[in-house]
Design a binder for this molecule. Structure first.
Ligand code: FES
Length: 206
């Protein structure tokens, strides 16, 4: 009799131990999964950014923040677009072979843009990370911070920290402190002038 009682007690204890173990495992797993999920702040920092560039006039730009970095959106005039390939011999990396951008941007050559009218690129100098200034008018001396950009200036960006110059596609000129062209993030268009930064453009149909 007592032997029977002992067996059933042992079964009860065994079941209780197994049950506790299972519950313990569930409770142990939840904090792990919770800590593995990105926080709302981390999600927001990595989230795509929508930009409405429809109000930009040719020659104007806006700057937005994406992943904690400033990004330029520049509207270029037809005249500027037409001369983009004319100064390749002055550039350090005209084909952007040694620069950062999605493949679908590199494939666009001198324009470095899905739509040549809107140029999108990181506003971060590839020398030491200052934010370059827009100096979009061609052949216009003393445009930025009293700096003579030369009568042959095609229009572009000037970094006042150590004098790096980039063209209006973010391609760096030769013999500058900056070693590479301005980087270009992934982006896509959801309308004529609606740009989503942080999302790759869909492959174009051929
Ligand atoms: S940080 Fe731009 S030239 Fe040095």
């Amino acid at each position: 009799m007592s032997d029977q009682v002992d067996h059933s007690r042992r079964r009860l204890l065994t079941a209780a131990t197994v049950g506790t173990g299972a519950i313990g495992a569930v409770f142990a797993a939840v904090p792990f999964l919770a800590s593995w999920q990105p926080s709302a702040r981390a999600k927001a920092l990595g989230a795509p950014v929508e930009v409405d560039a429809s109000k930009l006039e040719p020659g104007q730009m806006l700057k937005v923040a994406w992943r904690g970095q400033p990004v330029f959106v520049v509207r270029r005039s037809k005249e500027v677009i037409a001369q983009l390939g004319n100064h390749d011999a002055l550039l350090a990396d005209p084909a952007s072979d040694d620069s950062e951008q999605p493949d679908y941007i590199k494939a666009k050559g001198a324009a470095r843009a899905i739509n040549p009218e809107y140029w999108v690129g990181l506003a971060v100098c590839t020398h030491l990370g200052c934010s370059p200034l827009g100096a979009f008018e061609a052949n216009n001396q003393f445009q930025v911070a009293g700096t003579d950009l030369g009568s042959g200036w095609p229009g572009g960006f000037y970094c006042p920290c150590h004098g790096s110059k980039y063209d209006i596609s973010g391609r760096v000129f030769k013999s500058m402190p900056a070693p590479k062209n301005l980087a270009i993030p992934s982006y896509t268009f959801s309308g004529d002038a609606r740009i989503t930064i942080g999302v790759d453009a869909a492959p174009q149909k051929t």
